[in-house]
Ligand binder design. Structure first.
Ligand SMILES: [Zn+2]
Length: 422
């Protein structure tokens, strides 16, 4: 009874998500097409028509590919759950391993490998067709597959022991297992924040200390003005993979480092780089990063408590096409984890705009911070160059943007910056 009700609820949310996403995508495509023929007046002197039209075409192509990917992933989700894919996989793994931890790890590993293989053709197409067509791809197929292999090895080396820990807690730590699992998850996240910049990222990219002395002095001046201590300024060879440019922070505590993509340094003037960095420092100084981490921890506590309840409900499994009982009286913790991770996004998708909203608020605050500690005009000209270089559309559909975008539309951001400068 509950099981059928849950299946119906699940399918209803899938359909609702599909409708909303197709509707937003069609609005976005229509809006971008309508404004394709002319550069918006406020950018007319800064961005050539050809670049504006490239951005329009790139946006539309990406939106369309996003829909293909959505259809594929929805089909895969239904095949795994209601059509019995996970049940089939579970039985076959069980036949190989017998009951116990080996079965549980085997099930999670087999699922991860299979879904990775299903995603592979579209990932490949995206890189070597879409990104290639618009001049963004700098990867060779060799590098693409080397990255994939390295990523899979890393996931196995880091992920399997952690999953083993969580499964052990689920089995042995009693009714409050979800709380202990949450503590383990939070510690794991913090550990990754330390390991990522120093151990993991260098496996994929080369990081060299920033050598441009004039620029370095300029940046150190800015950091002193705003009171920011860092373990160093690095340049990353982002051009190895993509022409898209960026700058970011990583690490925390005394381990913070600032990383510039080489593609960004090539394109921006020193004053513009300083303004972009002032924006990033704003995120740090205004505690956006710590707020985001706290928010993430609070949410995951809630979700794990929910899983603590769902794990013991038979309808949670049967409603998603799985019979959890491999042996009489034994639960199936790995299956509970897997189902939860698979279906959670279906039920949380409609809350996405709340995250986008809070993120856009932070972007405005960081821009205001940059205007205070560097020149707003420099940030504006840097933004215009970055929009042009990344072929980001200047004319997104307002509703599409409100739903998805972590950053406010360029024109709105620049209007705010001009107001701050005045
Ligand atoms: Zn930002």
């Amino acid at each position: 009874m509950y099981s059928l009700a849950f299946s119906i609820l699940f399918v209803s949310f899938i359909i609702l998500t599909l409708i909303v996403r197709f509707w937003l995508a069609s609005r976005q495509i229509r809006h971008v097409l309508t404004h394709r023929s002319a550069v918006p007046a406020e950018f007319a002197e800064k961005i050539p028509l050809a670049a504006h039209q490239k951005a329009a075409d790139y946006t539309i192509a990406r939106t369309k590919l996003g829909l293909v990917s959505l259809l594929l992933s929805t089909g895969v989700l239904i095949a795994f759950t209601l059509l019995g894919g996970l049940q089939w996989l579970s039985l076959h793994v069980f036949q190989l391993t017998g009951p116990g931890m080996l079965y549980q790890l085997g099930l999670l590993a087999a699922f991860t490998v299979i879904s990775g293989l299903i995603d592979l053709p579209l990932d490949y197409y995206k890189q070597f067709n879409l990104e290639q067509r618009f001049g963004f791809n700098k990867m060779t197929p060799g590098l693409f597959f080397a990255d994939m292999l390295k990523g899979a090895l890393l996931a196995a080396v880091i992920g399997l022991p952690f999953v083993w820990l969580v499964l052990t807690l689920m089995e042995k730590s009693g009714a409050l297992w979800w709380f202990y699992a949450w503590a383990a998850w939070s510690a794991f996240q913090l550990l990754m924040m330390v390991l990522y910049p120093t151990v993991i990222a260098p496996l994929f990219n080369k990081f060299t200390p920033l050598e441009d002395m004039a620029l370095k002095q300029r940046i150190e001046g800015l950091m002193e003005r705003v009171g920011f201590a860092s373990k160093g300024l690095f340049v990353m060879d982002g051009s190895k993979r993509s022409a898209h440019g960026n700058a970011y922070f990583s690490g925390f505590g005394a381990n913070k480092r600032i990383v510039f993509f080489d593609t960004l340094l090539e394109r921006l003037q020193p004053a513009e780089i300083e303004a972009v960095l002032a924006h990033e420092l704003g995120h740090f100084k205004l505690k956006h990063i710590i707020k985001r981490i706290v928010m993430m921890f609070a949410l995951s506590l809630g979700f794990l408590a929910l899983l603590g309840y769902l794990k013991n409900q038979l309808w949670f499994y049967t409603g998603l096409g799985v019979d959890p009982l491999l042996l009489p009286g034994q639960g199936n913790d790995a299956m509970a984890l897997l189902l939860f991770m698979l279906v959670l996004p279906v039920f949380t998708f409609l809350f996405g705009p709340l995250t986008s909203l809070s993120s856009r608020k932070h972007e405005f605050e960081a821009d205001a911070f940059a205007a205070q500690h560097a020149q707003a005009a420099d940030l504006v000209s840097a933004l215009v160059k970055m929009y042009e270089d990344n072929a980001s559309t200047l004319t997104p559909d307002p509703l599409h943007s409100a739903f998805y975008d972590s950053h406010p539309p360029a024109s709105v951001r620049i209007r705010h910056l001009h107001a701050a400068a005045a």
